[in-house]
Ligand binder design. Structure first.
Ligand SMILES: [Zn+2]
Length: 368
C-alpha cells in the first residue's frame, strides 16, 4: 500500500503527538520544515486534523509522519481497535509531575502496547495466556492477603523475591523499561482484563526503587479492576508491594536485633528494597517505637539518603520483549525495516528502543 491510499485517524494524530511531547504548534512548524518550505502549516491545521474536521492523506500525511517521526501507517491506525487508551491506567508518580508529562507518558504506554502487539502478531507466537490472579478486596481480604495469594500461586519461595520483573514476565505480563524523561514517575501499567497486562517502567530509577514500583503496579493489576479512591488504592498497592517483597512472616525476625542505619544497609543488600522501605516495614511490624523511627528518619535525611541511598542495587531488566525481537529477526528472518514496520516504528527508533539490549541470553524464554 502506498501512502496515497491511506488517511490519518484523528485520535491517533493526537496520541502520536502527545507521545512525542509536542504541542500542536510544534507539529505545524515541524511539518513546514519537513516540506522544505513548500508548505506552510498552521497550528489551526493540526488542531482541525486532530478534531477530525479535515482529512489528512497523501502528501500531508507524509509530512505529518515526518514531523512526528513515525511511519505514515501508524497515524492511520484506529487507537480504539488496537486497544490503545482503553482499560484502567495506574501510575506510581509524585504529585509534582505535570499534566503534560503525564499525558506524554500515557501516550507512550498506549504506543508501546501497539508496538508489542504488532511484534507478537508478526512472530505468530502461540497464545499462552497469563497467570495474574484478580483479587477483590473486602473486609476479610486485605492487600496483604492478595500479595500472599500471588506469591503462593506463582510458587515463590519464602524470603526475598529473586527477580520481580522476571516473575511478572513469567506470569504472562509484558514489561518494558524506558527512559520516561522524568524522575517523578516510576512506573505505569494498564490492563482491561482482556488484553495482555502491560507495564512501562522508568529506567532512570535505582534498582531497589524499581523493584518496589513494579510490585506496586502488580498490586494495582491484581486488586484494582475499577477506578476507586486514588489515595486508598495507592495505599493498598503499597501494602501489596511491601508484603510481596518483604513478607511479614519472613522478615519480622530480621528486625528483632534493633533497626539502625547499619542494619538497614545490610538488609537492603539481602532484600533489595530501599532502606526507607525497610524502615517503613519495620514500623508496620511494630519492630520499633515511634521515637526510634523518627530518630532514624532524621539521620537518613541529614545524610542525604532521601535523594540518594547507599548500597547500589543493580536494576532488573525485562527479557520477554527482547526475546520477542529475537524471534522476529532470527527465527522469522525479518530485516530491520520489516521488524520496525511490525512495531509501527521507523527503523532508527526500533533499533534504539528494541535492539540495544543483549538478546542472546533471553532467546530461550519464549520457546519454553
Ligand atoms: Zn499506584
Amino acid at each position: 500500500m502506498t501512502s496515497g491510499d491511506l488517511q490519518a485517524h484523528p485520535g491517533m494524530l493526537a496520541l502520536a503527538r502527545e507521545s512525542r511531547g509536542m504541542t500542536q504548534t510544534g507539529v505545524a512548524d515541524a511539518m513546514t520544515k519537513a516540506s522544505g518550505g513548500a508548505a506552510v502549516v498552521s497550528q489551526g491545521y493540526v488542531s482541525r486534523a486532530e478534531a477530525g474536521r479535515l482529512a489528512v492523506g497523501e502528501d500531508r500525511l507524509v509530512l505529518y509522519a515526518a514531523a512526528l517521526g513515525y511511519p505514515p501507517e501508524l497515524l492511520c491506525a484506529d487507537p480504539q481497535v488496537g486497544g490503545v487508551g482503553v482499560g484502567l491506567i495506574h501510575h506510581r508518580k509524585r504529585a509534582s509531575l505535570s499534566a503534560s508529562a503525564l499525558r506524554r507518558i500515557h501516550a507512550e504506554l498506549a504506543l508501546v502496547r501497539l508496538q508489542v502487539a504488532g511484534m507478537a502478531g508478526a512472530a505468530a507466537l502461540p497464545e499462552k495466556g497469563h497467570r495474574v490472579p484478580r483479587v477483590d478486596l473486602d473486609d476479610l481480604t486485605t492487600a496483604r492477603d492478595a500479595a500472599r495469594q500471588v506469591r503462593r500461586e506463582w510458587s515463590l519461595p519464602a524470603g526475598p523475591v529473586a527477580d520481580v520483573i522476571g516473575s511478572i514476565e513469567a506470569a504472562g505480563c509484558w514489561v518494558v523499561v524506558r527512559d520516561l524523561g522524568s524522575k517523578l514517575l516510576d512506573a505505569v501499567s494498564q490492563w482491561d482484563g482482556r488484553q495482555m497486562p502491560l507495564m512501562l517502567v522508568n529506567g532512570l530509577a535505582p534498582g531497589d526503587r524499581c523493584r518496589f514500583s513494579v510490585a506496586h503496579e502488580l498490586g494495582h493489576l491484581v486488586m484494582h479492576t475499577e477506578p476507586g479512591t486514588a489515595g486508598e488504592q495507592e495505599k493498598q498497592a503499597d501494602a501489596f508491594a511491601s508484603e510481596f517483597l518483604m513478607p511479614a512472616a519472613d522478615i519480622r525476625q530480621a528486625f528483632t536485633g534493633g533497626v539502625d542505619l547499619a542494619r538497614l544497609a545490610e538488609l537492603k543488600r539481602t532484600w533489595r528494597v530501599s532502606m526507607s522501605a525497610l524502615l517503613r516495614r519495620a514500623v508496620d511490624l511494630n519492630a520499633l517505637s515511634d521515637w526510634q523511627y523518627r530518630t532514624v528518619v532524621v539521620e537518613m535525611s541529614a545524610l542525604g539518603y532521601r535523594s540518594a541511598e547507599p548500597v547500589v542495587i543493580p536494576p532488573e531488566r525485562p527479557r520477554r520483549v527482547d526475546a520477542l525481537v529475537d524471534v522476529l529477526m532470527s527465527d522469522r528472518g525479518l530485516d530491520l525495516d520489516r521488524a520496525a514496520s511490525c512495531a509501527h516504528l521507523l527503523p532508527e527508533d526500533f533499533e534504539r528502543l528494541y535492539m540495544a539490549g543483549d538478546r542472546s541470553l533471553s532467546h530461550a524464554l519464549l520457546r519454553r
